[in-house]
Design a protein around this ligand. Structure first.
Ligand SMILES: Nc1ncnc2c1ncn2[C@@H]1O[C@H](COP(=O)(O)OP(=O)(O)OP(=O)(O)O)[C@@H](O)[C@H]1O
Ligand SMILES: [Mg+2]
Length: 590
């Protein structure tokens, strides 16, 4: 059963790679034609001239006069076959393959950005990058080997057999059947190694992903002086990969060894046929030359198949993880017939929602919550109580298991994800920025905003001053994930980005947690202005942040355990009262 699944995988991989011909059918046809002419001219036509020349020489009637035509024919066959045809294929290969690669890259980007948040929580970005690179590399290798090796082999074997059948048909049949058997055997063996190659590829991606993870956590590695530990763990990953590679090598050696044996038999059979032909005076020296030459050509071509075996199975192994990802259905889809979005007031209703990150562990079990249009909600609760998860469910980053989420009476699964998210401005808990300019990071909220608007918004988000103090101002690049900015600066950029998006619902997940009290006060004012006429959900650990909200919701293990205004809750003598009194400085202790 297991073997079966992997076999289907290999065929699917080949199908995927092969179907890329659609990118440029004419280009591919051009390559096939030029490679077939190359094979026919060099392996079949050119030896005919030589054989004629040899017969003349053997007969002793070869003179410069009657032989020059044969020589010129030979040279032309070689020239057009080798130099011209191969150059044409080469040029076409560059054009066609880069087109195929470009299209695939676009497809991968489209597919990866369409994948759900959940998918990306479970996949390492380094692994995805590595799988992408490997697929792109294998497209080139697949088409190169198909055009430069497989096509000439087919051309050579067929044309040689046809030519031979005119001079020695019994031998032509034997040669053709042998070549066919060998080819079938190669294909069978190739598919048997494919699963091992896939393992090699998966392990190679795993080591790349580990490497990328270490580099992106370099500050933590250094702070804990764990360089040696990381190296050791990384070595284990490399060893896993190496072990799989060696296993692959053993299989390759066995297969190519057996293969060499078969080719030797073919070689010897050519000489035996030649000896028999002269013994029984069936043929002259020229014909015998042709028979041996043709056999050697076929043997060499078939030997090439064996030498590309390794690269071929690697191609399958390398291409398979990303193609598998491309073939996997997207786990979070837009409805087939989406409704027109009607979100404009921002009233939110959670009806009996059931959700758990893990299969058998529920975080929300029939949670109900109604938020009136324009209501400002403060969401608090201990770490892990489900606040961030709740905001992600509202954005439909993940789907609930049962129940409904309605916004302005519209089920969020009945509209497109794009329409839903175009109505919500969101500042995530840990805003990471693109390695682009500050200006581009802010305009991400409204792609065609002009500089005046950006600056006005940045001022509101108390970001303008620090931005203008940077060497390149709004054009400063922020470093990967925004590492060149402080946590508070990153948050202010993320807030400005959300402010720029003028929409009915605002979700801030700890948006001000990294700010000092002074900056927070300034931003609070701006945020209050921003929240006017909007529905807002503000998650905070710092209770002062949400004190003025219309309603404060206290969560515990995915349940709402208290709700009301600050004034109401403070007198309730419940969890909120306790949290409030526990706040030393301004922070909630967990
Ligand atoms: N992608 C995930 N896969 C599995 N479990 C998750 C995932 N994200 C969150 N969880 C779990 O769900 C629970 C709720 O997490 P959530 O991030 O919603 O808490 P939170 O209230 O926002 O906490 P904090 O105050 O620390 O931000 C936690 O137990 C967490 O471990
Ligand atoms: Mg959180």
């Amino acid at each position: 059963m297991k073997k079966n699944i992997q076999q289907i995988g290999s065929i699917k991989v080949i199908q995927f790679l092969f179907k890329l011909y659609k990118v440029s059918p004419i280009g591919v046809l051009g390559m096939v034609i030029s490679q077939l002419s190359f094979a026919i001219l060099t392996t079949t036509i050119a030896p005919i001239f030589i054989s004629k020349l040899m017969t003349q020489i053997a007969r002793g009637d070869a003179t410069l006069n009657n032989s020059v035509g044969l020589l010129i024919g030979y040279i032309i066959a070689l020239f057009f076959g080798d130099i011209v045809a191969v150059r044409i294929t080469l040029a076409l290969a560059y054009i066609v393959e880069s087109k195929m690669q470009a299209l695939t890259l676009e497809k991968i980007m489209e597919n990866q950005t369409a994948k759900s948040f959940n998918f990306h929580s479970n996949h390492m970005s380094g692994g995805i990058v590595s799988d992408t690179n490997k697929l792109i590399g294998s497209i080139e290798r697949f088409w190169d080997s198909l055009m430069f090796t497989a096509t000439p082999i087919i051309g050579a074997v067929l044309s040689v057999t046809i030519a031979l059948s005119f001079i020695y048909w019994q031998y032509a049949i034997v040669l053709f059947v042998l070549a066919l058997i060998i080819t079938i055997l190669i294909i069978r063996f190739q598919t048997s190694i494919a699963p091992i190659s896939k393992k090699v590829s998966i392990r190679s991606s795993a080591q790349t992903a580990y490497f990328a993870d270490v580099i992106s956590n370099i500050a933590t590695v250094k702070a804990f002086s764990n360089e040696k530990y990381e190296l050791k763990s990384y070595k284990n990953k490399i060893d896993d990969w190496k072990t799989a590679t060696l296993k692959e090598m053993r299989s390759v050696l066995v297969i190519t060894g057996g293969f060499g044996l078969m080719l030797t038999i073919m070689n010897i059979s050519a000489f035996l046929a030649a000896i028999l032909a002269t013994q029984y005076k069936i043929a002259n020296i020229g014909t015998i030359y042709l028979v041996i030459n043709y056999t050697l050509s076929v043997v060499i071509q078939l030997w090439t198949i064996s030498s590309i075996t390794r690269s071929y199975i690697r191609i399958i192994g390398d291409a398979s993880p990303m193609i598998t990802m491309l073939n996997e259905p997207i786990d979070l889809l837009d409805p087939k017939n989406p409704q027109k979005v009607q979100i404009n007031r921002g009233g939110i209703k959670l009806e009996n929602i059931v959700f758990g990150h893990e299969q058998n562990k529920l975080l929300f079990n029939k949670l109900n919550l109604v938020i009136k249009p324009g209501e400002k909600i403060g969401l608090i609760g201990h770490s892990g109580s489900g606040k961030t998860t709740l905001t992600r469910l509202l954005l439909r980053f993940i789907d609930i298991k049962s129940g409904r989420i309605l916004i302005d009476n519209q089920d969020i699964t009945s509209i497109t994800q794009h329409d839903l998210r175009s109505k919500i401005a969101y500042v995530p808990q840990e805003p990471v920025l693109f390695h682009r300019s500050i200006r581009e990071n802010i305009t991400y909220g409204e792609l065609d905003a002009n500089l005046d608007t950006i600056q006005a918004i940045a001022k509101m988000a108390s970001a303008h001053d620090f931005i203008t103090a940077l060497p390149k101002g709004y054009d400063t690049l922020v470093g990967e994930r925004g590492v060149k900015l402080s946590g508070g600066q990153r948050q202010r950029i993320a807030i400005a980005r959300a402010m720029l998006k003028n929409v009915p619902i605002l979700i801030l997940d700890e948006a001000t947690s990294s700010l000092d009290s002074e900056s927070e006060n300034l931003i609070q004012k701006a945020l209050w202005k921003l929240m006017e006429n909007k529905t807002a959900i503000v998650v905070a650990h710092r209770l002062s942040t949400i004190q003025r909200m219309d309603r404060i919701i206290v969560m515990e293990n995915g349940q709402i355990i208290e709700e009301g205004s600050h004034k109401e809750l403070i007198h309730k003598n419940g969890v909120y009262t306790k949290l409030w009194s526990h706040q030393s400085g301004d922070f909630l202790k967990d």
